[in-house]
Design a protein around this ligand. Structure first.
Ligand code: AMP
Length: 188
């Protein structure tokens, strides 16, 4: 088992329409704080991001928000839920900072920002730039269509079965954190 000091969580800056999304975000935040796993996230106060950051912070956990200069405005930043807020130059520096601070990656339900972030970190894993685990918290089947598309890529010869297996998923918060703590699989 790997020890997880911090995990980056990508998630919606909106709440979504299903209460299960916010329920699971809260559960994840509480469980991270309980296990002593710090949160690295996009630094915003909106939507699922804000719910998650508060759940970790309010339960005594570490929260590091990473925001580009241009987004450091009161409408976005939530100073009540950070142990640390890092202001960086741009989106590229933000991603590098989030990725290097974290021992694993989780995506909760979200929109194109979330999908882009988790897909990029998955791509980097496939290319061998890192060997950190990646998991989708599949609240009420939110990620089913994404998972089906990855299976489609395998079936049609665009993704190796080994790279497909790197991407873990569960709708159970405890299981997600256990999956991230597993020894990473080797890719051929
Ligand atoms: P989306 O899923 O499109 O709502 O985008 C959410 C993801 O993009 C988060 O994981 C953040 O890293 C980033 N992001 C998008 N909007 C914001 C915002 N208002 N504040 C901070 N980060 C944001």
């Amino acid at each position: 088992m790997k020890s997880l000091k911090r995990v980056a969580v990508f998630c919606g800056s909106s709440l979504g329409t299903d209460e299960q999304f916010t329920t699971d975000a809260k559960k994840l935040g509480i469980e991270m704080a309980k296990r002593g796993i710090g949160l690295v996230y996009g630094g915003g106060n909106k939507g699922i991001m804000g719910i998650l950051a508060h759940a970790v912070y309010d339960n005594g956990g570490e929260v590091i928000g990473v925001l580009p200069e241009a987004m450091n405005v009161p409408q976005v930043t939530d100073n009540s839920a950070h142990t640390e807020l890092r202001i960086v130059k741009d989106m590229h520096e933000r991603k590098n900072t989030m990725y290097s601070l974290s021992d694993g990656f989780i995506a909760l339900p979200g929109g194109i920002g979330t999908i882009e972030e988790i897909t990029e970190i998955y791509t980097w894993r496939q290319l061998g730039y890192h060997d950190k685990n990646i998991a989708l918290l599949n609240s009420n089947g939110f990620w089913n269509s994404f998972i089906a598309q990855m299976d489609n890529c395998v079936d049609l010869g665009f993704l190796s079965p080994e790279a497909r297996n790197i991407l873990k998923s569960s709708n159970v918060v405890d299981e997600i954190l256990d999956l991230l703590a597993m020894e990473p699989e080797e890719l051929p």
